[in-house]
Design a protein around this ligand. Sequence first.
Ligand code: TYD
Length: 202
Amino acid sequence: MAKFITFEGVDGAGKSTHVATVAQFLRERGKTVITTREPGGTVLGEKLRELLLHEPMHLETEALLMFASRREHIAQVIAPALARGDWVISDRFTDASFAYQGGGRHLSLDKLRVLEQWVHADLQPDLTLLFDVPLDVARQRLDQTRSLDKFEKEKEDFFTAVRDVYLQRAAQFPERIRVIDSTQPLDAVSRQLEQLIADLCA
Ligand code: TYD
């Protein structure tokens, strides 16, 4: 059966580097795979992404727009792909809303749970890869040569809270969320991912 895999981690943890690697492992196993991202993944979602990453807004507006983008993404991309039997890899999903809006911005987790229930009561990722590094490493890895978006410009305590919520969720959902030590060399991370994908396909 087709599966839904999400990638998570603080900015600079290195998750995006591995999206193509995991897609390739799956294709080698004969799976049809689509890769997508949040916020975004649809024409409307990419417009919302522009606003979310660059416009100042109330924290609840931010959470609502994240879930609006997600609603569209599920309806147009994720659900149809899974129904066709395609595997879906999304660079971020709802764990990011708990970590960034809940942890970073201190929005009530109960409100986020209401939105989660509203938008995808019967859909959860089959596997979430949480790329984890200490904050100083994440900050160093952010490409300082390009202009940083609204989130990347946040201060250290914001990212400390984001990482804490991610790790709390990993402890809460150990079957679904796998923590990847992203301080390891790239090839060691790749080998670990290959094993996880082999297990998922078994
Ligand atoms: P990111 O995935 O890091 O993209 P890039 O690698 O191109 O910088 O950027 C998305 C940003 O959006 C990231 O800082 C986290 C934030 N975000 C939230 O705050 N809440 C969410 O629900 C999602 C999906 C993302």
